[in-house]
Design a protein around this ligand. Structure first.
Ligand SMILES: C[S@@+](CC[C@H](N)C(=O)[O-])C[C@H]1O[C@@H](n2cnc3c(N)ncnc32)[C@H](O)[C@@H]1O
Length: 282
C-alpha cells in the first residue's frame, strides 16, 4: 500500500468528512448515556501541515486553508472551526485527523477504538489520543475489527469507515463489512466516505449502497470540480446510515458554505439527499 494520508490531510474531502463526523458526535451527546466510536481506518491522529508531505501536495492550501481565508465566521461551520482551532488570518500548523477529533469530543463515560494497518501511523495515533483504556488504538485491519467489536456494550454510537480506495475492490470490501456489521448492530450510526471521480462512478456508488436495501441512508456529496473534469478527485461523499435528527439540513448548509469558499470558480455542486427511506417495503 502506497497511500499516506499526510499528503491529503486538510484537503476539501477531509474537511467535508470531518464536518459530518463532528455533527454526528455532537448529536450523540444530546443524551447522557455513554456511547462508543469505532474508527476503522484511523490514520495518524494529527497532521503537521508544515511538514514535507503536506507542503509537497499543497492540498491543505486548497482545502482547510482556503476555507479559513474565505469561510471563517460562517455559522454552520463554527463548531468545525473550533474543533480544528482555526483563527482568522492564521496558517493552521496542526490539522486534527479523525482520531484527534473523536478523542476531543468524548466525555468521561464514552469510549473509542481506532484501527490502523500501518504500525507507524497507529503508534502516532496512540501517542496522541490514548487514555487509560477508554481510548485505544490498535495496529490491524479495521474491517476485521468491525466483526470483533460490534455491537458494543453501550448499544449506542458510531462507526467511521474511511479507507484509502487504492484497490479497485475497496468499495466491495467496505460494503460487505458494513452489511455484516449492520446485521449485528442495526441501530449504530455508520459514516462511510467515498471518492467522487466521475458522474458515472458516483451513480454506481449510490446504486451499490442502495442495493443493500438498508433503510435510513443519507448521502452528502460535495464536488469542487465538475464530475468529469478528470482531475482525480472531483468530489467526495459521505454515506450516513441512521443519521441523527437534523443531519440533512446541517450538512446541506455546511457543504454549501464549504463549496462557496473553496470552489472558487463555482464548479462542482452540493447534493444532500436520502438514498433509502425510513422503512424498506416488505
Ligand atoms: C483516508 S486515511 C484515514 C484518515 C482518517 N480517517 C482521518 O479522517 O483523519 C486511510 C487510512 O487507512 C489505513 N488503512 C488502509 N487499509 C486499512 C485496513 N484494512 N485497516 C485499517 N487501516 C487501513 C491507511 O494506512 C490510512 O492511514
Amino acid at each position: 500500500m502506497n497511500y499516506r494520508h499526510a499528503y491529503h490531510a486538510g484537503n476539501f474531502a477531509d474537511v467535508a468528512k470531518h464536518v459530518g463526523l463532528l455533527y454526528c458526535l455532537d448529536a450523540l451527546k444530546r443524551k447522557d448515556a455513554a456511547f462508543f466510536v469505532l474508527d476503522s481506518h484511523a490514520g495518524r491522529g494529527i497532521y503537521d501541515l508544515q511538514a514535507a508531505p503536506a507542503r509537497k501536495s499543497a492540498e491543505a492550501d486548497r482545502g482547510i486553508q482556503r476555507l479559513i481565508e474565505n469561510g471563517i465566521g460562517t455559522a454552520p461551520l463554527a463548531d468545525y472551526f473550533d474543533a480544528v482551532r482555526a483563527r482568522r488570518g492564521k496558517r493552521l500548523a496542526r490539522y486534527p485527523g479523525s482520531p484527534a477529533l473523536i478523542a476531543a469530543a468524548l466525555r468521561p463515560q464514552d469510549r473509542a477504538l481506532f484501527f490502523e494497518v500501518l504500525p507507524a501511523e497507529a503508534r502516532a495515533t496512540a501517542r496522541e489520543v490514548e487514555s487509560a483504556g477508554r481510548i485505544r488504538c490498535e495496529i490491524g485491519d479495521g474491517y476485521a475489527a468491525l466483526k470483533a467489536y460490534l455491537p458494543p456494550q453501550e448499544r449506542r454510537g458510531l462507526v467511521l469507515m474511511d479507507p484509502p480506495y487504492e484497490s479497485l475492490d475497496e468499495l466491495k470490501t467496505l460494503l460487505r463489512a458494513f452489511a455484516d456489521a449492520y446485521r449485528r448492530w442495526p441501530s449504530g450510526i455508520y459514516l462511510m466516505w467515498y471518492p467522487i471521480r466521475s458522474a458515472s462512478q458516483r451513480r454506481q456508488v449510490h446504486a451499490r449502497f442502495d442495493a443493500l436495501e438498508i433503510p435510513k441512508m443519507l448521502y452528502a456529496d460535495l464536488a469542487v470540480h465538475p464530475d468529469d473534469a478528470g482531475v482525480g478527485l472531483a468530489g467526495s461523499g459521505l454515506m450516513i446510515v441512521n443519521p441523527p435528527y437534523g443531519t440533512d439540513e446541517h450538512l446541506r448548509r455546511a457543504y454549501e458554505a464549504i463549496h462557496r469558499a473553496i470552489a472558487a470558480t463555482g464548479a462542482g455542486y452540493v447534493e444532500v439527499a436520502r438514498l433509502t427511506p425510513e422503512r424498506m417495503a416488505q
